[in-house]
Write a protein that binds this ligand. Structure first.
Ligand SMILES: [Zn+2]
Length: 197
């Protein structure tokens, strides 16, 4: 329908989450009309994201090094481990300034409907950490959704026999949404008021 380079960009943009055909077309034509340097900066940012950023070998946070800055920080409490669904949840929790431990990114939540079981998540890696690090409490900071709750209960079931306390963020978070729907104060309170599972 359009010139091949334009159509190629529209096709790629339309594959991004939350971007439909119409938005993809609008973005593509926008990039065609802005200053060339501005458009190239976006392209460079995407290339550098994939070349320079990788996942932390310990917690699967996003990092430019072998281990992320939180895992490498000796001031972090080694006894506290906060389990989240996605790497971007770490930034949300860090903004509350209520948490001094480390994190573990599962890569999602258990969802039988979508065919996601514990094997598709980084559970094995989590169990290994609980067995080898001096962790005393695991906080299930999965989303306040059915999937997040199911995952939290699963965490309690497999981790409690290993001798750690498993807690869940207190209620009060917007139900059914992602963690980042909550403001810092609400999330900070949910963290401070966490309950044992
Ligand atoms: Zn890390």
């Amino acid at each position: 329908m359009f010139e091949p380079p334009v159509q190629r960009l529209i096709d790629e943009l339309a594959r991004l989450p939350g971007i439909g055909r119409k938005s993809a077309q609008r973005l593509a034509f926008h990039l065609l009309h802005v200053e060339e340097a501005d458009a190239l900066r976006l392209g460079t940012a995407i290339v550098e994201l994939r070349r320079q950023v990788r996942l932390c070998s310990r917690c699967f946070n996003i990092t430019g090094e072998e281990e992320c800055s939180i895992c490498r920080d000796p001031r972090r409490d080694p006894g506290l481990l906060c389990v989240v669904e996605r790497a971007q949840d770490i930034a949300v929790l860090e903004r509350t300034r209520e948490f001094s431990g480390r994190y573990h990114v599962l890569g999602g939540a258990i969802s039988p409907i979508e065919g996601i079981g514990p094997e598709q998540l980084r559970m094995k890696e989590l169990v290994h950490r609980v067995e080898t690090e001096s962790i005393s409490e695991v906080i299930a900071a999965t989303n306040p959704t059915v999937e997040g709750d199911t995952t939290a209960l699963y965490l309690a079931r497999i981790l409690k026999p290993l001798g750690v306390t498993v807690t869940r963020l207190a209620s009060g978070l917007p139900v059914g949404g992602d963690l980042d729907y909550a403001d810092e104060i609400t999330l900070g309170r949910a963290l401070a008021g966490r309950k044992e599972l």
